[in-house]
Ligand binder design. Structure first.
Ligand code: ZN
Ligand code: ZN
Length: 389
C-alpha cells in the first residue's frame, strides 16, 4: 500500500504543545481549566448588577449622581484588566524543535562526559552572570530548553513561562512576563471596587434606615445583604493579595521567587533584577516596555499529512480520502501524484517533493546542528521524564 502526502495550511496555535485552549482563531489564549474563572466573572458581574439595581437609584437621587457613574467606570476598568490578563499569552516560551533538542542533548553529554552505569548524571544546569550575580539556568525536560532566568514550567498549562509569577485559577491563566502588570491592576482595581460597593452599601442601609427602619430597608433591598456578604469576604483576600503584590513589585520579585526563596541570600545570591530602589522597581514592573508574544499564534504553517492511495479510491468505503489521517505513518515512497490524488493537493505534493517542507521549518531558526548530528537520533528516548517545575 502506498501513501501520498498532502499539504494543508494551518495556524500555528493549532499545533502548539502544552495544555492551553484557544478561541477566536488563536487570538484568545487561556488555560484549559476555566471553572474558577467563570466563578470570578459571575461574582464580579453579579455583585455589580445588584449594586446598580438596588443601591444606585437611591444614592443617585439622595446623595450624588456621580456615585453610579464612578462605579460603572471602575467596573469597566476591572473587567478590562481581568479579560486582558485572562485572554493573553502570559509569556510562554516555545519548546525546542527536535533538531535543537538533539543538539542541546549532545552538548550536555559532551560536557558531562561518560557517566558510569548506575550513577546519577549531574544536574542539567548552566550558570550565567547577571549584574555580577551567578544565576542558574535549569533544563526543562518537557520543553527541552535551558529556561531563561526567572522562567518556570507551569504544570497546569504544561509550558515554560517567562518571568513566571504563578498560575492563577481565578483569572484562568498563568501570570507571567506579558500579563503581570494587568493582573496587578486587576487586583488593585478590584480592591477599590469592593471597598467602594461595600462602603456605599452601608451608607445606603444607614440612610434608608433613618426613614424606614432597619428591617424594612433590608426587605426593600434584598440584594444588599448578599452584596455586603460577598464584598466582606472578597475584601480581605483581594486587598491582602494586592498588598502582597505591591510588596513584591517594590522588590522586583515574583511570587515564585518569593516562595522558593530564590533571592533570600542563603546561596549568597541577591536579587540581580532589583534596583535597590522602590520607585525604580515599581516603574520597571508597571511601566516597562510591553513584550511581544514569541509564539506567533496566528502565523500560518504548512502541515504534511499522509493519505493512503488505496483508501482514496472512488469505490473505497473509508472516509480517509476526505479526512486525511494525522501524521502517524512515515513513507519513503516517492511522492508522485497519481490519479487518486485530490486535485488541490497536487501542486503542494510537487512542492513537498522538491523542498520537503515540514511544520518545523516555520518556527524560529534552530541553532546550527553539526553534520555529525543525525536528525534521526531519538532525543526523547534518551531523556528521563522527571519534570522540573
Ligand atoms: Zn518547560
Ligand atoms: Zn499556567
Amino acid at each position: 500500500m502506498s501513501a501520498v502526502m498532502i499539504t494543508r495550511k494551518v495556524r500555528k496555535w493549532e499545533k502548539l504543545p502544552g495544555k492551553n485552549t484557544f478561541c477566536c482563531d488563536g487570538r484568545v489564549m487561556m488555560a484549559r481549566q476555566k471553572g474558577v474563572f467563570y466563578l470570578t466573572l459571575f461574582l464580579i458581574v453579579g455583585t455589580c448588577a445588584l449594586f446598580f439595581a438596588f443601591e444606585c437609584p437611591y444614592l443617585a437621587v439622595h446623595l450624588s449622581p456621580a456615585i453610579p457613574v464612578f462605579a460603572a467606570l471602575l467596573f469597566l476598568f476591572v473587567m478590562a484588566m481581568l479579560l486582558r490578563t485572562s485572554f493573553s499569552d502570559p509569556g510562554v516560551l516555545p519548546r525546542a524543535l527536535p533538531e535543537e533538542a538533539t543538539f542541546i542533548e549532545m552538548e550536555i553529554e559532551a560536557a558531562n562526559g561518560n557517566v558510569p552505569a548506575g550513577q546519577r548524571p549531574p544536574p542539567r544546569i548552566r550558570n550565567v552572570q547577571i549584574n555580577n550575580q551567578i544565576v542558574k539556568l535549569k533544563y526543562c525536560y518537557t520543553c527541552k530548553i535551558f529556561r531563561p532566568p526567572r522562567a518556570s514550567h507551569c504544570s497546569i498549562c504544561d509550558n515554560c513561562v517567562d518571568r513566571f509569577d504563578h498560575h492563577c485559577p481565578w483569572v484562568g491563566n498563568c501570570v507571567g512576563k506579558r500579563n503581570y502588570r494587568y493582573f496587578y491592576l486587576f487586583t488593585m482595581s478590584l480592591s477599590l471596587l469592593t471597598i467602594y460597593i461595600f462602603t456605599f452599601d452601608i451608607v445606603h442601609v444607614v440612610m434608608r434606615s433613618v426613614d424606614n427602619g432597619f428591617l424594612n430597608t433590608l426587605k426593600e433591598t434584598p440584594g444588599t445583604v448578599l452584596e455586603v456578604l460577598v464584598c466582606f469576604f472578597t475584601l480581605w483576600s483581594v486587598v491582602g493579595l494586592t498588598g502582597f503584590h505591591t510588596y513584591l513589585i517594590s522588590l522586583n520579585q515574583t511570587t515564585n521567587e518569593d516562595i522558593k526563596g530564590s533571592w533570600s541570600g542563603k546561596n549568597r545570591v541577591q536579587n540581580p533584577y532589583s534596583h535597590k530602589n522602590i520607585i525604580k522597581n515599581c516603574c520597571e514592573v508597571l511601566c516597562g516596555p510591553a513584550y511581544p508574544s514569541v509564539l506567533d499564534r496566528r502565523g500560518v504553517m504548512q502541515e504534511d499529512s499522509p493519505v493512503s492511495a488505496t483508501s482514496a479510491a472512488p469505490y473505497s468505503t473509508s472516509s480517509s480520502s476526505s479526512n486525511p489521517v494525522p501524521q502517524t505513518t512515515k513513507t519513503t515512497a516517492p511522492l508522485i501524484p497519481n490519479e487518486h490524488t485530490p486535485d488541490d493537493a497536487k501542486p503542494s505534493i510537487a512542492a513537498s517533493a522538491e523542498k520537503s517542507p515540514s511544520p518545523k521549518e516555520e518556527h524560529p531558526p534552530a541553532p546550527k546542528v553539526p553534520p555529525l548530528a543525525s536528525p534521526e537520533t531519538d532525543a526523547e528516548a534518551s531523556l528521563t521524564k522527571d519534570k522540573t517545575h
